[in-house]
Design a protein around this ligand. Structure first.
Ligand code: PHE
Length: 463
């Protein structure tokens, strides 16, 4: 087992898994979904989704991993169910797809970090040209993948754990610094109220569905990532409390990101919050302009720190995405870790090249597909995101919980949890997990999967 590597302690595991969870999704996904979905009302639904639905899935994945000390694919034969290996294959495939586009978006953040460190605020006015300059982006994407590969090639303790232990606290420190700074800007209160004042009229069935999808992606569930990291966890560790810490850390970063973004937007719009949009446009077009108004020195410090924060958030996620296929190559195909790392990193980097071309450079990749019920085509990068994150992750989660409940059986899962949590048997937590893993998660996740297919790809809205 030692040749596979292990996390040196519970803290190391929490930092690594929380690092995977905290990513681009927290910083540009969550705050805007919250603001558009009814502010505090959305937050409330989101917290419920995290704890009632996602938390049991996370525990399921971690227990399978720790019980088998295997990767996402090899875990199933190790438990005696070789046919279920397909779940792992879906996971590895999904991780590869997510990493292929995620690395490209991370490389934009990296490019912006470099530009803003030297005070080039103009970059914000040229975002379209920036993404179309494919040779530069390919170099940035290569560097980002190289750093990811470098950390993964160092192994679990010296690579993943060590890097996360440095990056996560730094990320927190930068985030808190930026939040405090944002809150001192004029009109900060307007921004915060826009973010948080509950508006129940905005809440509908689709809000719940958006909150769930966001929580699932944000907690890196459904593709065997928590399973793989779980396989490096000590038997004596309490998985339930680790999963609680991971969920809470991810939630707090998402929540705090809103306190950083909305005061900045309110400041920029002089308190007019009537047409706020999120996503890449805001991050890469609007924000650099705001940083410029802070003055050259303050602007480049605040601006480069912001993009450094994004890079760190992305990097702790990209390493976890790369670890899933690498662990499989090392365990099952008996490859040397370095070869496995550089081989997979290279393949995924190449798979990401169409994502680089999908932002206006190539017509084919930019207008890749037109979903049913839509008039305008979707580009390849967004398509991969929709397909892998919105479709395959809930599917993975459905099958994984179904497997744990009815094939492997909750009794065995409970025994695994008990190893690091002696009072677990007979506790409320056990009752709760038994119920959610058996009945709640597989059913709800499957419903979401069906809704996504109908709604996203065929334009059929049921609610
Ligand atoms: N959780 C990451 C984010 O919020 C993305 C991710 C998804 C990472 C799945 C690993 C696995 O950005």
């Amino acid at each position: 087992m030692s040749s596979r590597g292990t996390f040196s302690n519970k803290f190391g595991f929490i930092m690594a898994a929380a690092g995977s969870a905290v990513g681009l999704g927290n910083i540009w996904g969550f705050p805007f979904k919250a603001a558009n979905g009814g502010g505090a009302a959305f937050l409330f639904i989101y917290i419920l989704c995290c704890f009632i639905l996602c938390f049991p899935v996370m525990i399921t994945e971690i227990s399978i991993g720790r019980n088998t000390t295997k990767n996402a694919i090899g875990a199933f034969p190790k438990l005696g169910f070789p046919k279920w290996r397909f779940v792992g294959f879906i996971g590895v495939f999904c991780g590869v797809m997510i990493l292929s586009f995620y690395n490209v978006v991370a490389s934009w953040a990296f490019g912006y970090f470099l530009n803003l460190s030297i005070g080039n605020f103009e970059i914000g006015n040229h975002f379209a040209d920036f993404t179309k300059d494919i040779y530069t982006i390919i170099i940035y994407a290569f560097i980002f993948m190289f750093i990811t590969g470098f950390i993964i090639s160092k192994g679990v303790t010296k690579g993943i754990e060590q890097a996360s232990k440095i990056m996560m606290p730094t990320l927190f420190a930068i985030l808190i610094g930026l939040v405090l700074y944002s809150l001192t800007l004029p009109n900060a209160v307007i921004g915060v109220s826009y973010y948080l004042i509950p508006d129940f009229s905005e809440v509908s069935i689709s809000t719940i569905y958006i909150a769930l999808g966001q929580a699932f992606f944000s907690l890196s569930l459904g593709m065997g990532m928590q399973l793989t990291y779980g396989s490096y966890v000590n038997k004596a560790d309490n998985i339930v409390s680790s999963a609680m810490w991971i969920t809470l850390t991810d939630l707090s970063v998402a929540f705090l990101a809103g306190f950083m973004m909305f005061p900045i937007i309110a400041y920029m719009n002089n308190g007019d919050m009537s047409n706020v949009t999120g996503g890449p446009g805001l991050i890469f077009v609007t924000l650099p302009g705001v940083f410029e108004t802070l003055g050259t020195v303050t602007g480049s410090i605040v601006g480069s720190l912001f993009f450094l924060l994004l890079c760190f958030a992305a990097l702790t996620s990209t390493i976890s995405l790369l670890e899933v296929p690498v662990a499989w190559c090392v365990d099952e195909l008996k490859m040397n870790r370095s070869i496995a790392t550089w081989g997979t990193a290279l393949i995924i980097f190449i798979l990401g090249i169409p994502c680089v071309l999908a932002n206006g450079y190539s017509d084919f990749w930019t207008n890749f597909i037109t979903y049913g019920g839509k008039e305008t085509p979707t580009d390849y990068l967004s398509f991969v995101n929709d397909f892998a994150s919105e479709l395959l992750l809930p599917l993975g989660g459905t099958i994984m919980t179904f497997f744990a409940a009815y094939i492997w059986k909750t009794k065995n899962m409970n025994e695994e949890i008990c190893l690091g949590y002696p009072n677990y048997k007979g506790s409320f937590v056990e009752l709760f997990l038994n119920f959610t893993v058996k009945y709640f998660c597989p059913v709800i996740l499957f419903i979401i999967f069906i809704f996504t297919i109908l709604n996203k790809f065929f334009g059929i809205t049921i609610f």
